[in-house]
Design a protein around this ligand. Structure first.
Ligand code: ADP
Ligand code: MG
Length: 299
């Protein structure tokens, strides 16, 4: 069952067309990853989904209710949607505890209930130590976790997340993704915007590729792997390669500086073979990370 449908939505900011003819639906209890480079329109699309912006044209059907251009969500619809955006909408001068109690009260949750729920979520996210700290003194990554707790307090049916792991260390990012997957069993649908390719494989679900304000493909990860091309990865090696290894690396088109090699990969499918070819050259790989990619030939 679709809980949210975008029907040929577009959004203009004066002369800038941020979204064009966006149609997609979000199923109950599903996860949808919206991926695209910077400026693709991910945040704008999510703000429309969450009811922070209204669309310039097209219609939205949210929980069975239809909203035409310029019509704002009703309070009953808002209550079902949690949103964590680029700014965290928390009070810097209040402690984490006071913030979560405050937002809990808005949702009709008592202080005790809010504290208990917040503490258990913060424990899971490895952030319980910040419970009595003022939000203004926390790192962006920690604020992001607190904002997630705030959005979850109300047990939303739809959780809209805008690059939620952008400021998290790899461990916290992984914990957060696990938390998101756990939520899915509780029938919360999640829309998750990211520009980081490595998140795709870690979040099972449907994928929407967005580029220059348009959906250029949607489907399962398997179906879309072919469409992400021209990926540049950076391999950090434990030791700088010797002359022979350098030669071999150049043969596969790698750009080597010190103990780093930048390698172009044609498609996602070729990624697993990269680390094995490095190992075959006798190199020890510390990390492989994505630099950028293009949504090949589909712009
Ligand atoms: P993403 O989140 O994928 O990086 P955005 O949705 O933030 O993309 O932006 C999409 C396009 O819309 C960009 O060209 C951006 O400059 C423009 N845009 C977004 N928000 C505004 C705004 N409030 N006013 C004017 N232009 C905007
Ligand atoms: Mg954005």
């Amino acid at each position: 069952m679709a809980i949210l449908e975008l029907k040929s939505i577009s959004k203009n900011f004066k002369e800038v067309r941020a979204l064009e003819d966006i149609s997609m639906s979000v199923e109950k209890g599903s996860i949808t990853v919206v991926i695209g480079p910077n400026g693709a329109g991910k945040s704008t699309m999510e703000k429309i989904m969450a009811g922070l912006y209204t669309q310039s044209s097209g219609a939205i059907v949210a929980f069975g209710k239809r909203f035409e251009r310029g019509e704002e969500y009703t309070p009953e619809i808002r209550e079902k949607i949690g949103y964590v955006g680029e700014n965290y909408a928390l009070y810097d001068n209040l402690t984490v505890k006071a913030n979560l109690e405050f937002f809990g009260a808005l949702y009709g949750i008592s202080k005790n209930e809010a504290d208990a729920a917040a503490q258990s979520m913060l424990r899971e996210l490895d952030a319980i130590e910040f419970f009595d700290r003022k939000v203004g003194t926390l790192s962006r990554g920690t604020k992001q976790k607190i904002a997630l707790c705030r959005a979850l307090l109300n047990e939303p049916e739809l959780l809209v997340l805008d690059e939620p792991t952008a400021f998290l260390d790899p461990y916290s990012a992984e914990t957060l993704r696990e938390k998101i997957e756990a939520l899915m069993h509780a029938n919360t649908a999640v829309v998750y915007a990211t520009q980081r390719l490595e998140e795709l494989g870690r979040l099972a679900g449907r994928v929407v590729l967005l580029n220059k304000g348009r959906i250029i493909a949607k489907g399962t990860l398997e179906e879309l792997l072919d469409k992400i091309r021209g990926i540049r990865v950076e391999a950090v090696l434990l030791n700088a390669p010797n002359q022979e290894q350098k030669k071999a690396l150049r043969k596969i088109g790698a750009l080597v500086t010190g103990n780093r090699a930048i390698i172009n990969v044609k498609s996602m499918k070729e990624l697993p073979s990269i680390s094995s070819s490095l190992v075959a050259l006798g190199l020890k790989v510390a990390t492989i990370s994505y630099l950028d990619y293009d949504l090949g030939g589909m712009k």
